[in-house]
Design a protein around this ligand. Structure first.
Ligand SMILES: *Cc1c(COP(=O)(O)O)cnc(C)c1O
Length: 451
């Protein structure tokens, strides 16, 4: 790769506040001694010995190929993610490399010429959580191989983390324990860990309550914690920003809009982009928008006060159930990231979420409600003149719409409480008689596509 001695890329856990506190990545540790989060830090001097052009060429060459494990969008960047793990212990389902879709028609409706969607939901378990979980479960497999006494891996979830953990743990043959808030996740999300053979508990609480339980299980009973307070997940998730830039032939878009709940993902997005700047692959930064549901908006409230204070809230129910979080674990990392990226936080009401999904779906998309939060935020920032018509905007679509059909069914049958659907399209029920069908059909075509 580079002249001189063989590269020895290294990474370690480091306290956010005290650079002298370091831990090896195979240590079972989730927080720093001061109680704050840890971050994974890479030996940048070693990585800098490879010129930017060589990194680009390497990442391009590896993509989509079957040379284990580099064909994965995450492991194609292994040196930047988890350099010291044995390839034999990588647990991958070739995640990443999701398509970046030019949303031409929806963009035109909004008045944006250059709107793109990064479809992270087109992934093994249907959400971006696969990007982080491949890294965490691989590290667990490596730790077990090194003789660490890990009985099982556990997480609290709003539905997508548990689906990802269950699938990757099952692929590795490692037991997974899942804590879900009863009745607060979609049926598709619930059946994923059930089908993958995880030990699934549904508890009479919300996500924040499940989080309290899993933290106790991790500290008292020796289960390995798979929530995003474990910063190994961030290392995989950070590849999304790198991948977007790579897909634009290493050009930085003007904006990246991302929905946020526990705020690991927005932190990860910034971390990946930081590495590209630090290693000279790009020379400028995009602006980042973090979009929250109004019902679960503690970051938005803090943003409105210039991030000078942050107060956890009790998150209220929202269609965007995966981000119904009032006490986000990665708050500090997220605020840091938004400051570095000239960030904006916007919020969306339930009606704005539902209509954003419905309008975008009409242009051929099929959005989950979290993506709806980001689309609604984009529309509002455009109307406010912050995003301009000609800007290149990438909206990160975090999950596949098929995981969240319940709310679409209710939207189109006009039974979503408090929402007067603008674009309901219920199926038309008719007797099987040709003339009746023909009359109705011609009427509908004329009504929807007037000549
Ligand atoms: C987890 C998740 C989010 C939020 O990501 P955070 O890291 O918790 O901010 C958004 N959308 C979907 C579909 C998710 O599963």
């Amino acid at each position: 790769m580079h002249a001189g001695s063989k590269p020895s890329y290294r990474a370690w856990f480091q306290s956010l506040h005290d650079a002298s506190e370091r831990h090896p990545l195979d240590e079972v540790v989730y927080t720093a001694r001061d109680g704050g989060l840890l971050q994974v830090v890479h030996d940048l001097d070693e990585l800098k010995k490879t010129p930017a052009a060589e990194w680009k060429a390497l990442f391009e060459a590896r993509g989509h190929k079957n040379s284990w494990p580099y064909g994965s969008g995450v492991w194609g960047k292994k040196e930047w993610v988890l350099p010291e793990i044995d390839n034999e212990n990588v647990v991958s389902m070739y995640e990443g490399h999701t398509n970046l879709f030019w949303a031409e028609r929806y963009g035109r409706e909004l008045g944006l010429e250059d709107l793109w969607l990064k479809l992270c939901g087109n992934s093994h378990t249907g959400s971006f959580k696969d990007l982080g979980m491949t890294v965490l479960v691989s590290m667990v497999k490596e730790m077990i191989a090194r003789g660490k006494p890990i009985r099982a891996v556990a997480c609290a979830s709003t539905g997508d983390t548990s689906a990802a953990l269950s699938a990757y743990a099952a692929a590795a043959g490692i037991p997974a324990v899942i804590f879900l808030p009863r009745g607060k996740i979609s049926l598709a999300q619930l059946i994923q860990p059930v089908a993958n053979g995880a030990i699934v508990f549904t508890l009479d609480t919300d996500f924040d309550g499940c989080m309290e339980i899993v933290k106790q299980v991790a500290s008292r009973d020796g289960l390995y914690l798979a929530n995003s307070m474990n910063s190994l997940r961030i290392e995989g998730q950070k590849t999304v920003g790198i991948e977007i830039v790579q897909q634009f032939d290493w050009e930085i878009p003007d904006w990246i809009v991302i929905p946020g709940g526990n705020l690991g993902n927005v932190s990860a997005l910034a971390k990946g982009l930081d590495m590209m700047v630090d290693l000279g692959l790009v020379s400028r930064r995009p602006r980042i928008v973090c979009a929250q549901a109004q019902a679960a908006n503690p970051l938005y409230l803090s943003y409105r006060r210039d991030f000078e204070v942050f107060e956890p809230i009790a998150a209220r129910p929202t269609l965007a159930s995966a981000i119904q979080i009032g006490n986000p674990v990665s708050i500090e990392k997220a605020i840091d990231a938004l400051r570095r990226y000239d960030g904006i936080v916007e919020q969306a009401s339930e009606a704005e979420i539902a209509e954003a999904c419905a309008h975008a779906d009409r242009s051929g998309l099929f959005n989950c409600p979290h993506t709806g939060v980001a689309l609604a935020a984009t529309r509002k920032l455009l109307a406010a003149g912050k995003i301009r018509r000609g800007d290149r905007v990438v909206v990160i679509s975090t999950a596949h719409g098929l995981k969240f059909v319940d709310f679409k069914v209710r939207y189109h049958s006009m039974t979503l409480e408090g929402i007067a659907a603008e674009l309901p399209n219920p199926p038309i029920e008719l007797p099987a008689r040709y003339e009746t069908v023909r009359d109705a059909m011609l009427r509908e075509i004329d009504a929807r596509f007037p000549r």
